[in-house]
Design a protein around this ligand. Structure first.
Ligand code: SER
Length: 245
């Protein structure tokens, strides 16, 4: 993901590109492969992109190696689509919030870590500033969107690079407020690191009207419900770990 990729740029490039190119080549050679899904990211956008309601088609000059590899991947997907008539579909995921998968080196990962730390220690030091709004989405909504896109009638699709997915525009301070409703003595502090620059180069909110029109994308979970579920599920998970010991 974006943060870890900055520490090992060439390795990040190889991981993202070689896996994609292998899959595209297999899809080209093997007739049984009917559809390919490839995950892109809001990281394809950069500092010159309009940051509010970022359109589907806009300026894309990513400043991270993760974003550069995702943008290159989008171009390859569209190329294979056109040249070899392959059915390749893709989503530009916003930051994903999940209690099943723990944080893994992304810039939006604060939005997962914060819940774990709130349950474990009732405090969290955030690596982004308090008002840094980024597009975030609850994992079940992201999974549903992915399945909906893959099951959509091909004739309805108009984007062969990658579809914008908006989710919610959320800042650390907003999550803090929601967590405090469950854990009133939760304490957050802010110590921005290199990931602040990455966050500042990404959109604050995304226009996903093309996804809504083409394949009916929509979301079921708002921040209040996400917070209820995250705190409940992480508490269960951590208690279970303690009991197992
Ligand atoms: N969530 C990812 C990250 O923060 C971006 O796709 O790296």
């Amino acid at each position: 993901l974006s943060g870890n990729a900055e520490k090992l740029p060439l390795q990040a490039w190889h991981i993202n590109m070689e896996s994609l190119m292998n899959i595209l080549e297999v899809a080209k050679m093997v007739e049984e492969v009917k559809k390919v899904f490839w995950p892109s990211s809001i990281a394809v956008f950069g500092p010159s992109t309009p940051r509010i309601n970022t359109p589907q088609l806009t300026i894309m000059e990513p400043s991270t190696v993760y974003g550069v590899s995702k943008l290159a991947g989008e171009r390859w997907c569209e190329y294979y689509n056109r040249k070899y008539k392959l059915d390749i579909r893709s989503i530009r995921y916003p930051g994903l919030i999940s209690y099943k998968t723990e944080a893994g080196g992304g810039t939006t990962d604060y939005a997962v870590e914060i819940y774990y730390e709130a349950v474990k220690k009732k405090k969290y030091e955030c690596f982004l500033r308090k008002n840094t709004a980024l597009p975030l989405l609850f994992m079940p909504d992201a999974i549903k969107a992915t399945i909906d896109l893959m099951e959509a009638d091909h004739s309805k699709l108009s984007v062969y690079s990658s579809y914008n997915l908006g989710g919610l525009s959320i800042s650390p301070e907003q999550i803090n407020t929601e967590i405090k409703k469950h854990i009133p003595d939760f304490k957050i502090s802010y110590k921005p690191d290199f990931r602040q620059d990455i966050a500042d180069s990404w959109p604050q909110s995304i226009d996903d009207s093309v996804s809504r029109k083409d394949w009916g994308c929509h979301y079921d979970f708002d921040l209040s419900r996400i917070t209820d579920i995250m705190i409940e599920e992480i508490s269960k998970k951590l208690n279970l770990k303690i009991l197992e010991r």
